[in-house]
Design a protein around this ligand. Structure first.
Ligand SMILES: Nc1ncnc2c1ncn2[C@@H]1O[C@H](COP(=O)(O)OP(=O)(O)OP(=O)(O)O)[C@@H](O)[C@H]1O
Ligand SMILES: [Mg+2]
Length: 363
């Protein structure tokens, strides 16, 4: 199993096959299946979300393989699909990427040998402990006789535990992507909805998950800045548990449902939302002080925790940016079995699963 971020080097061409994007994150398994609605236009065929037991996945590490596989299996059943081919991703932090320069016109095999010898210099572990992949990006900007090659290496166990989880759930992993690359693909769909498609503007992509908030500053397809903070929806769950003496599952359902106790909004929800807005504002301040930029035009909010009511308004109030929830499916056709409103509500949490499902359409 190779790390595959081009889909070209997959064992067979996934474009010809149905494919499910599978995001196994710290609190849930999320699946998205996109099909070709004609002319290579994606249509949302199915999706499902299945919660994971607490601590089954910690820091992108499959701590409880069996429990994770069980949730993957339940999620797949819920999908009601016959497709067993899946695209998964390793955490960005588990991958080292490096651009190298090689002579143009090498044959595949010669290139592999060159890549391995270059990789030896850059990768701080033995090569038999890593999965290595590479992709020719194009001609070198500085010399016409050379090409730029992107090299990606991941510790084998990070790839292997995902393969094991899929196989225990009787699924076949055919694409192993890198989270940041897959999210970038989903983001490109979101960017199309921005005024002038966001061209030339500074966009902050903010993903507030369960335990981490990841902020990426983008200008066109260029990453200007990345920051990760320890903040997420679990903080709200914990506060609900503490305030009302509830268990984790009850707290989780109180958070999502509409019947909270009277003092919930003022004493529990509002402080959490304000904290989130403060975290986002702080991340932007760090970006401004570490760069020559002084402005952000759009803030695109993704991740499950942004579904908490009031988030968009609170962030708008603290920044001068246009704040919106990420919806990679906006403008896509949707199968009749899917409720469009529910999909739009879940969409910010489905960026990674969507980006992975899009690999089917890669050239
Ligand atoms: N409808 C909802 N209302 C409020 N909170 C929600 C809702 N749906 C999900 N969440 C919260 O979002 C968080 C999960 O978000 P997400 O699925 O993006 O995280 P994750 O990818 O599992 O976590 P991480 O990225 O930190 O590994 C949880 O704290 C969950 O309670
Ligand atoms: Mg996540």
């Amino acid at each position: 199993m190779q790390i595959d971020f081009s889909a070209l080097k997959a064992v067979f061409n996934p474009k010809l096959r149905p494919l499910i994007g599978v995001d196994v994150s710290s609190t849930s398994v999320k699946m998205v299946e996109l099909v070709d609605a004609g002319h290579g236009e994606p249509r949302v065929e199915r999706y499902a979300i299945e919660l994971l037991p607490r601590d089954a996945v910690v820091d992108g590490n499959m701590a409880a393989l069996e429990a994770v596989a069980e949730a993957v299996r339940r999620c797949w059943k819920r999908m009601g699909t016959s497709t067993r081919f899946v695209a998964m991703a390793v955490p960005t932090s588990a991958v080292i990427t490096k651009k190298i320069i090689l002579p143009a016109g090498l044959r595949e095999q010669e290139m592999e040998i060159q890549v391995e010898s270059e990789a030896n210099q850059y990768i701080p572990f033995a090569l038999d402990e890593v999965n290595l992949d590479f992709q020719v990006i194009g001609p070198s900007p500085s010399s016409p006789d050379d090409v730029e090659v992107l090299l990606a290496a991941s510790r084998k166990e990070r790839v292997d535990d995902r393969v094991v989880v899929a196989e225990l759930a009787e699924l076949k992993p055919v694409v192993m992507d890198v989270e940041a690359f897959a999210i970038q693909s989903a983001y490109e769909l979101v960017a199309k909805q921005l005024p002038q498609e966001g061209k030339g503007q500074i966009v902050a992509l903010v993903d507030v998950g369960a335990v981490a908030t990841k902020v990426t500053l983008l200008k066109d397809d260029q990453q200007l800045y990345v920051r990760e903070q320890a903040f997420g929806g679990t903080q709200l769950t914990d506060e609900i548990m503490r305030a009302y003496g509830l268990g984790a599952e009850e707290a989780e359902s109180l958070k999502r449902s509409g019947t909270p106790p009277d003092n919930y909004e003022a004493e529990v929800l509002h402080p959490f939302v304000e904290n989130m807005a403060q975290e986002v504002a702080r991340a932007l301040q760090f970006f401004f002080t570490s760069s020559s930029y002084g402005e952000v035009h759009h803030i695109v909010m993704a991740g499950g925790a942004v579904l908490v009511p009031g988030v968009v308004d609170a962030i708008r109030a603290r920044t001068n940016a246009n704040v919106l929830l990420a919806d990679p499916f906006a403008g896509m056709a949707i199968a009749p079995r899917i409720r469009a409103r529910q999909l739009a509500a879940d969409a910010p949490a489905l960026m990674l699963a969507c980006g992975l499902a899009l690999r089917k359409f890669d050239q």
